[in-house]
Design a binder for this molecule. Sequence first.
Ligand SMILES: C[S@@+](CC[C@H](N)C(=O)[O-])C[C@H]1O[C@@H](n2cnc3c(N)ncnc32)[C@H](O)[C@@H]1O
Ligand code: SF4
Length: 460
Amino acid sequence: MKTLTTDLARRLQGSPYQGYAYAYPHKSAYRALEGRPLEEVWAAEARDALFLYIHVPFCEFRCGFCNLFTQHNPHGSLIEAYLETLTRETAQVQAALRAGGEPRFARFAIGGGTPTQLDLAGLTRLFDLAEQLGASPLEVPVSIEMSPDTIDPEKLALLRERGVDRASMGVQSFLEDESRAAGRPQKTAQVEQAIEWIQAAGFPIMNLDLIYGLPSQTSETWETSLARLIDYAPAEVFLYPLYVRPLTGLGRRDGCDEAPDDPRLNLYRQGRDRLLGAGYEQISMRLFRRPEAGLAEAPAYRCQEDGMVGLGCGARSYTKSLHYSGEYAVGARGVREILSRWVSQTDEELSRVAFGFELDAVEQRRRYAIQSLLHSDGLSYSGYRDRFGSDVLSDLPALSELGPRGLAVEQEAGLHLTPEGIERSDVLGPWLFSTQVLELMEAGVGIFPQVPDAQCRRGW
Ligand SMILES: C[S@@+](CC[C@H](N)C(=O)[O-])C[C@H]1O[C@@H](n2cnc3c(N)ncnc32)[C@H](O)[C@@H]1O
Ligand code: SF4
C-alpha cells in the first residue's frame, strides 16, 4: 500500500491536502451489491426528517479542474431520457418509502453538475417530482446549484416561485485569465451579471464558491477575488482548495503531483482571515457564513442522523447502515457509458440498490465522529454517548492525539478543532478513515478504472 497510513505524525508531515472528507465513506469505497430491493433497504429507517437530493449531471462545458460526475453539452434527447428515467425512479422510491409509512422531508437540494443547464420545463419537472414524493418545496428549505452562464432572470424567477431559498453558484475566480487557465472559460462581466440577477431575484441565501491554488493565481489575484466577493456580501461562501485529479483537464495537462512550493495553505489563511475580518463565521475548513444567515424556521434535519434519499444517476442515498449510489466516472467516455446504462434501466432495476457500502456499528460511529469533528459544532461527548451508548474516546482513542498537538481542544464537553486543526481538516479526515475503507479506496482504483485515483495525493 503506497498511501495507506493511519499514523498522524507521518500524515502531518505530508501535504495539508490529502483528501476531502465531505462524505464518509468515500464513493470509491463503494462496491457492487446483491441488488437489494429499495423497500427492504428503507424498511427499518426513520422517515420523519428525510433529505431529498436530485442530481442533474449536466453542464455547459467541463471545467479543467472538475471531477464531478457530469456530462458536458448534453443532447436534448439525453436530457429527455434522463428526466423520464428520473420520473420512473421517483415512482419506485415513492412506493418503497410508503411501504414503511408516509415519508416526511425536511430538506430538498438539487445539485450537479449544473441543474440550471435544464430549461424552464426541465426544472419544473424536478420540482413536480419533489412534490409528488412529499418534499413540498414551498414548505422545506430548498437549495440549488447553478453556474453564471446557465441562468437568466426568468429561470431565477421560476426557482423563487417554486420555493428555492438558497442559490449556490460557482465563481472560482473573478479574474478572467485565471479562470481560463483553470479550464473554465467564463467572462467576469457575466459572473457579475449573474450575481446581480440572483440578488435581484431575492433568494434568502446566496452562496458563492471560490477556488484557491489555481494555476497562475497569486496572493494579489486571490485578494482581488476575495474583495470582489465580499463586496457582494453573499450569505455563504465556500473556499475550495484546488485538487488536481487524474482524468480531469488539469490532471491530464499538468499531472497531479504535489507542487514543491504548494501555495494553498498560505492562500487558505489569507482567505480565512479576509472573511473573518468581514464578519463571517467559519463553519468548516471550506464553509463560511454570515451570522445573520440562517434557516431558523426550517424543520430540523440532522445530517448525521437523518436519511438522505438521492434521485438521479450520480446521487448518493444514506440510510443508517447503507450508503448507496449509481456508478461513478470522471472521464468523458466513462460518464457517457454510465449515463447511457442508467437511462436504459427497467423499473425493476430502478427498484434495487446495486452499488454501495454497508456501515456496521463501528463504521457508523466513525462516520459520526469524523463529520462532527470537522464541523465548527465539534464532537459532543454526550451527543455521541446518547446516540451510540459508548464513549467516543474509548471507541476512537486516536482522537486524544489531537490535543497535545494543538489541533483540538476540549470545550463544552466536546472536542473542537483549533484554527491549526481546521486548516489540517484534509489530513485529519483521511487519518480517521478506517483501514477497511482506506483499503477499499485504494483497491477501487484497479477495480473501477474510472474512479479518480485515490492514491493521487491531490485526489479527494
Ligand atoms: C457543482 S459545482 C458548483 C455549481 C456549478 N456547477 C459551477 O461550477 O458554477 C461545485 C463546486 O465544487 C468546486 N470544485 C469542483 N472541482 C474542484 C476541484 N477539483 N478543486 C477544488 N474545488 C472544486 C467548485 O468551486 C465548484 O463551484
Ligand atoms: S465546476 Fe461546475 S460547471 Fe464546471 S464542470 Fe464541474 S460541475 Fe460543471
